[in-house]
Write a protein that binds this ligand. Structure first.
Ligand SMILES: NC(=O)c1ccc[n+]([C@@H]2O[C@H](COP(=O)([O-])OP(=O)(O)OC[C@H]3O[C@@H](n4cnc5c(N)ncnc54)[C@H](O)[C@@H]3O)[C@@H](O)[C@H]2O)c1
Length: 427
């Protein structure tokens, strides 16, 4: 297969992120079709990739009725649509690059794995962090045996206060009832996936978890605050001011300004008016009535060989940071994803310090192949690996095939059950 012809199913932000490969490396990928019920998404996609009208569809069913014109599909629909839109694509013989979380229940996980196996199709899940040079390099040190057998993995993810507000309080993932994914699944299925990838000599056995919504409760709402920032006398001093986050600082535009998709580029005035109007991102973070998810959660995983892993997710920190510490029988790996640096510190009784240290800087490798960008350079590398697999049949060490990703998702579902019941849950 030469240049792989793909169709974007759910032609929103994420599908377009992976399709950037087609714009930067047209020899690898071409976007030849779009499936999206939102006319604005079709307008944007047609313009970006030069897709003809006859290859634009409003549903997967409509697309599958048309004579085949593509090799593969990138599915960037929202969490609860992943399985229902992918099953007919697999039956029709397409290989699929599918966004995470790829399923929202154990039943959905099983249905997708069964269909991929039965149809002999390749389903790759967008666990992009495996492709970030930082984590990829860590995996290589583990494979090289530098720290011996893994005894314990400690991971933490702090979600910044502006990311928390945009995505998990005001935005698309604020309610499990609306997006069908708890925060651990929406935000941390990457981290759980990394944990099982690093500890791949064994399998997860049981899980315990605690967590709650600490900050965004009615009791913590500042006295005198209004339901919208535009009407609030506390807004000038509020750390969650929508005007400061989305206009002054210009963050999270891919979510906040989707109301302008398919229209002319909004001016500053348009954006201010939108926040003053009915834009959901103009709401006070304590007045988002649908909000029902945790803002912090801790997970402990017990593995079959006796090793353990912990993950602490805390939303509302000053900046988004991921830390990792992996302790093995011969030494440790200690790293900070934000800084893109880690050290491998190994036991050495012959050394004066009784250990030796090797330093790694993923910044130095991150543009080796001209692929930088989101998730520490992981987004485009993952898309390129999907294409490479289709072209050569060879998978890389990072390849996130659906059966493997299924284990991480099952750990997340078990953690949620544990958090809600207070019990240790077997996988
Ligand atoms: N890998 C990552 O790190 C990462 C990061 C952010 C989001 N995500 C995931 O990516 C997915 C997409 O998020 P997004 O921010 O791009 O969302 P989005 O809303 O920008 O895109 C989703 C698109 O799907 C379309 N759609 C809705 N119903 C459809 C249907 N039946 N058939 C086809 N298309 C349909 C929508 O109109 C929309 O254009 C989510 O599952 C999200 O959790 C993954």
């Amino acid at each position: 297969m030469n240049c792989v012809k793909v169709v974007l199913v759910g032609a929103g932000d994420r599908a377009r992120t992976y399709a950037q490969l087609a714009l930067e490396h047209p020899d690898k990928m071409e976007v030849v079709g779009l499936v999206d019920p939102r006319p604005e998404a079709i307008i944007v996609g047609k313009k970006l990739y030069n897709v003809p009208d006859e290859h634009c569809f409003s549903s997967v069913e409509e697309f599958l009725k048309y004579p085949r014109f593509a090799d593969a599909v990138i599915n960037g629909t929202m969490d609860n649509l992943h399985v229902q839109t992918t099953l007919p694509l697999l039956d029709a013989g397409y290989d699929v690059l599918l966004e995470k979380p790829f399923a929202i229940s154990d039943e959905e996980v099983d249905a997708l794995c069964e269909s991929a196996k039965r149809n002999k199709r390749f389903v790759m899940i967008c666990h992009v962090l495996r492709y970030a040079p930082f984590y990829n390099l860590i995996k290589r040190q583990i494979l090289a045996g530098k720290i011996g057998e893994i005894i314990n993995i400690q991971m933490s993810e702090e979600v910044s206060y502006h990311h928390m507000a945009a995505s998990y309080v005001r935005g698309k993932w604020s309610s499990e009832k609306l997006c069908f994914a708890p925060m651990l699944l929406a935000k941390c299925c990457h981290d759980v996936d990394l944990m099982i990838w690093f500890n791949s000599d064994t399998v997860a056995k049981s899980v315990a978890s605690f967590g709650s919504n600490f900050q965004f409760t009615p009791e913590r709402r500042p006295a005198g605050s209004a339901d919208r920032c535009a009407d609030c006398k506390l807004e000038p001093d509020c750390i969650f001011s929508a005007f400061k986050h989305y206009i002054e600082r210009g963050t999270w535009g891919q979510y906040v300004w989707t109301c302008f998709d398919g229209k002319d580029e909004p001016t500053r005035e348009d954006k201010i008016n939108s926040l003053k109007g009915d834009n959901q991102y103009g709401r006070c973070v304590w007045a988002c009535k649908e909000h029902d998810i945790v803002d912090h959660q801790s997970v402990i995983v017990n593995f079959a060989n006796g090793s353990t892993g912990t993950l602490n997710m805390v939303g509302g920190a000053s900046e988004g940071v991921r830390d990792i510490r992996i302790v093995g029988t011969k030494g440790e790996i200690i790293g900070n994803f934000k800084k893109q640096k880690f050290v491998v510190q190994t036991i050495d009784p012959d050394d004066e310090k009784m250990f030796k240290t090797e330093e790694f800087d993923a910044n130095e490798t991150s543009d080796i192949d001209g692929m930088t960008g989101g998730h520490g350079g992981g987004d485009l590398r993952l898309a390129a690996d999907f294409i490479d697999y289709l072209q050569t049949g060879k998978s890389s060490i990072a390849c996130t095939e659906v059966n493997v990703s299924a284990i991480g998702h099952k750990i997340v579902f078990a953690a949620e059950r544990s958090r809600k019941t207070g019990e240790v849950v077997d996988i």
